[in-house]
Design a protein around this ligand. Structure first.
Ligand code: SF4
Length: 297
């Protein structure tokens, strides 16, 4: 085994194979910064969407609310405080290149340590409790981490602090295959209608279609980390996203549920092959504080 440094990247050669070494402390530091930054700075994709909808909003009250949401973002940036008091449960999607070796802590511990440090140093609310006795874990861990093994020698970390005002309004339904596209549309729109003002609209509607129960929920969550303005690459699904968004914005719920034509900023759908006997659908709602961040190491 030969160790060498190329362009400040530590690499080892094992036989014919090159493996990149990443120290777990680098992962921890990056996660710490991501936790703080994602909670203070709302992404430009979300801010641009809110501004664009503000121009189109027909309700005067709705327009004012969208304007206030933008002012709230400016204040958060200026004063370096979170956009919202609910700094969420820490959700990660991590893609690990198969030519990477992690030195130090295991990656799950490294990420949780980053969450611990980020929520402490950033004065972010610690919102995680054990589900039965409701005792707080006191450092916002454990994080929810989804892993994927990919080609290459990079690690990509995507992070979303997920507020529960919107998470609580999410739903799973095992549709029958015969329910088809109309059944899917109906379920999504009913879920948003029932949620009303609770998920702090304008919302982002994440949808998973297919797979098994857990896969469906996972892809629904993943869809919430997509940059707003980007559609699913599949033309049929893209059209479904556009049509459902239009229907949702005709519901009249409006910004913060006080009426208007801006109920949702986007509908993001991800699909996965499923069993011949089933059609699982998950609707995972995010609020206007649709925070997400991505870093490639
Ligand atoms: S749903 Fe979103 S905006 Fe509403 S309280 Fe929770 S994090 Fe804040």
């Amino acid at each position: 085994m030969v160790k060498f440094i190329y362009e400040r990247i530590l690499i080892i050669k094992m036989g014919d194979k090159f493996v990149r070494i990443i120290n777990s402390s680098e992962i921890t530091n990056i996660v710490k910064d991501m936790c703080i930054e994602a909670n203070i700075y709302l992404g430009n994709d979300v801010k641009n969407a809110i501004r664009a909808y503000e121009k189109e909003e027909e309700s005067i009250l709705g327009k004012n609310i969208l304007n206030i949401l933008m002012k709230n973002c400016e204040i958060a940036e200026e004063k370096q405080i979170p956009i919202c008091q609910d700094t969420g449960m820490a959700v990660f999607f991590v893609s690990i290149g198969q030519d990477v070796h992690i030195e130090g802590m295991n990656i799950t511990d490294a990420i949780n340590e980053g969450v611990r440090q980020g929520y402490l140093e950033g004065y972010l609310r610690k919102s995680v409790v054990y589900p039965i006795d409701r005792i707080n874990t006191k450092d916002n861990t454990p994080a929810i981490i989804h892993y994927d093994i990919v080609e290459g020698d990079n690690i990509t970390i995507e992070f979303a602090p997920k507020g529960f005002g919107s998470e609580n309004m999410s739903k799973l339904k095992m549709l029958k295959p015969s329910d088809g596209v109309n059944g899917i549309k109906q379920f999504i729109i009913e879920t948003v209608k029932e949620a009303g003002p609770n998920p702090c609209p304008p919302i982002v509607v994440g949808v998973g279609i297919g797979g098994t129960v857990e896969k469906c929920a996972q892809i629904a969550k993943k869809s919430l980390l997509r940059e707003l303005g980007n559609h699913n690459e599949d033309e049929t699904i893209k059209q479904l996203e556009i049509d459902i968004l239009k229907d949702i914005n005709n519901l009249g719920i409006g910004p913060q549920g006080l009426g208007g034509n801006t109920t949702a900023l986007a509908v993001n759908i991800e699909a996965f092959p499923t069993h011949i006997a089933g059609l699982p659908v998950v609707v995972n709602i995010n609020c206007h504080a649709s925070r997400h961040k991505k870093v490639k190491i």
